[in-house]
Every structure is written in C-alpha cells, then in structure tokens.
Write a protein that binds this ligand. Structure first.
Ligand code: DC
Length: 244
C-alpha cells in the first residue's frame, strides 16, 4: 500500500466560469484551509491600470504597476453581499469592481505579460509555502505549485459557463446579452490557452472534472472521495483524517 501523502496544498485550474472558484472555496472551507483565487490578482492589476490611466497595452508600464500595487486578499468579514473573499487594492475594497465588464475585456491581455506573471506567481508561491491552501487559477498545477500533491482541472462546456456568468450578472443587477457573454468566454478560452507564457492546459498529473450539468455537492463529494481513495492524509486544525 502506498504511504499516505500530506495534502497541504491543492491546485485547481480550469477555464473561466467552470465552477473552480466555488468548488475551491467550499473545499477550503471543508478542510479549514485558506482559499486563494489567483484570477483576482490579475484582475486587480488590470483594474489598477484602468483606474490610474496606465495603458493596458503598455507591457512595461503594466509590469511596473504590478510591482507598485499592493493586493490584499482576505476572507470576507461581515459583508452580506455574496462575496467569496475580499480584495483590496492599495487598501481600497475592489472586490466587486474586479468583476466589471471593463476588467473582463482587458484581463487576458494583462495576464499574458511575462513580467506581470512573474511577480504575481512569486506572491502566490508565498501563500503556497505557508501550506494549508486551496489555490485556484490557470497555471497553479503546471507553474505555481508543480509539486502540489493534488491537482484538479475543473471544466464545463462554453455554453454552460456562459450561462453561469449571465446568471451572476443578472443577480448583480446587470442586464447583459447571453450571446455577448458566450463570445467573451470563447474569446478568453482561446486567448488563455494559446498565449506564450503559461498557457491554460491540464497538468499531466491533474484529475479532470467536467462540471456540466452537475451539482456543486456532487462534485465536492467526488473530490472528497478522490482524496480518501488515494489514501491521502489531510491535516486540519482540529484533527487528522488518516484513511489507512
Ligand atoms: O478566473 P478569472 O476569470 O477571474 O481570471 C481572470 C484572468 O486571469 C483570466 O483571463 C486568466 C487570468 N489568469 C491567469 O492567467 N492565471 C491565473 N493563475 C489566474 C487567472
């Protein structure tokens, strides 16, 4: 029998609106781990550029801005607005502004810049070094945490992902066209998977989970079962679950 592996970091990757953030957050909650959605860091740099009139097409200026911007990510406090975490840019709450259509439009370009990625990956690895973290993004299993003992690749059909994003927008009170959202999801998939630096693709070790038409509970149970089946050991603050 294989000896148990301590899973103190879990890497989750996948395309936009695949459900990876919701699943990652619930998994983190279940294990008592920190949840880190790295997409919001690329969004924060994009928003900072838009707010400070730094042209998003100017790679050097955006890279400098990445180094100069302080991005704070913390669990939500008392806000009853459905947020999964709070993001601050230089001390200012930017959690919802990060989700604006203007950020959606420009974030793929900003996240394609090598210097931006280098700095944000450095910051993400600091979280990884501390352990007890579920980290979600596009390159977590392949680049940020290549040694993560559990890597998941969460995906869904483009239509299903566009439908979820459309519903999110409705719930936030924004009227939007489903077709426009679908086109944006497909454009970003294409861009994120074909970019030169850290393109989106499942790591060879990753377990792929297609969430199309499945409930979150069902998927979460599958992941927990996966952890058990592999006889991994999960440490949490209260107890150690050791499936021997
Ligand atoms: O997951 P999201 O939609 O919030 O991500 C926003 C953008 O950031 C997306 O276009 C891809 C990019 N991203 C990335 O390149 N690497 C990551 N680890 C996370 C996100």
């Amino acid at each position: 029998m294989d000896s148990p592996v301590l899973i103190d970091v879990i890497a989750i990757d996948g395309p936009a609106a695949s459900g990876k953030s919701t699943i990652g957050r619930l998994l983190a909650q279940k294990l008592g781990y920190l949840f880190l959605d790295t997409g919001c860091m690329y969004r924060a740099v994009t928003l900072a550029a838009l707010q400070q009139d730094v042209p998003v097409t100017d790679e050097t200026a955006v890279t400098q801005l990445t180094h100069a911007t302080q991005i704070g990510i913390t669990p939500p406090q008392d806000e009853a607005d459905g947020r999964l975490y709070t993001v601050q840019i230089d001390g200012q709450d930017a959690t919802w502004t990060l989700r604006s259509p203007a950020v959606d439009t420009h974030v793929s370009l900003v996240s394609s810049y090598a210097g931006v990625r280098q700095e944000l990956v450095r910051q993400q690895r600091l979280f990884g070094d501390k352990g007890r973290v579920v980290m979600v993004g596009r390159d977590i299993g392949t680049v940020v945490l290549p040694d993560a003992p559990l890597k998941l690749y969460i995906t869904a059909s483009a239509k299903e992902r566009a439908r979820r994003r459309w519903l999110d927008r409705q719930q936030q009170g924004h009227e939007s066209s489903f077709d426009a959202i679908l086109a944006d999801v497909e454009r970003r998939d294409q861009f994120d998977s074909s970019r030169q630096h850290s393109p989106l693709h499942p790591d060879a070790d990753a377990v792929t989970i297609d969430t199309t038409g499945r409930s979150i509970t069902d998927i979460l149970n599958q992941i927990l079962q996966l952890i058990n089946e592999k006889q991994f050991t999960i440490h949490d603050s209260q107890s150690t679950i050791h499936n021997s």
